[in-house]
Design a protein around this ligand. Structure first.
Ligand SMILES: Nc1ncnc2c1ncn2[C@@H]1O[C@H](COP(=O)(O)OP(=O)(O)O)[C@@H](O)[C@H]1O
Ligand SMILES: [Mg+2]
Length: 166
């Protein structure tokens, strides 16, 4: 992995989804190949498909319980082949609140952390992550563009294996 000074190599790409099922399937692939300590930062407006993707990720991890947006509790923990920490930052006032609420925790090194509305937390999230930005087509249909940005080699590999290189 090439690194220059303090600059971490970043890899980006994008792909399309044309249905909720497709988005789920992409999530399943991510969940199946994710390694402990990884962080998936989901970004996109209401209804973009963040929770749909998170449900797929949970399925790929072998989580047996129902995964919904943890909007009211901020974080849900599920157990699959490793723990899934599913965070929803929608209601957070500011990033300091995230620390105070215990959303960012050393335990997350042992599981997979998935953050919805991660753009509200980017400054306090660990720097090594895979950002996934979902943008619905403007025609109001089922089309979504999923742009990804990996900030280290491990997350870049996961993205390449599941979402494809650009
Ligand atoms: N390609 C797609 N990917 C994901 N969801 C889609 C897609 N097309 C339509 N949808 C619908 O959009 C909604 C996404 O909801 P949700 O995943 O809860 O969004 P978010 O968590 O981003 O607010 C669901 O009703 C889903 O059926
Ligand atoms: Mg959601």
């Amino acid at each position: 992995m090439e690194q220059t000074g303090a600059t971490t190599a970043r890899t980006a790409g994008s792909r399309r989804s044309d249905s909720p099922q497709r988005t789920r399937a992409l999530g399943r692939a991510l969940g199946a190949l994710a390694r402990p300590g990884m962080l998936l930062a989901l970004i996109g407006p209401l209804g973009a498909g963040k929770t749909e993707l998170a449900k797929g990720i949970a399925e790929g991890l072998g989580v047996g319980t129902v995964v919904n947006s943890p909007t009211f509790v901020l974080m849900n923990e599920h157990l699959g082949r490793m723990p899934l920490y599913h965070i929803d930052a929608y209601r957070l006032g500011d990033p300091d609140e995230a620390r105070a609420a215990g959303l960012l925790d050393d335990r997350q090194a042992h599981g997979l952390t998935v953050v919805e509305w991660a753009d509200r937390l980017l400054g306090v999230l660990p720097a090594e992550r895979l950002e996934l930005t979902l943008t619905p087509d403007s025609d109001g249909g089922n089309g979504r563009t999923i742009e990804w940005l990996a900030t280290n080699g491990e997350h870049a590999r996961l993205a390449a294996e599941t979402l494809g290189a650009r």
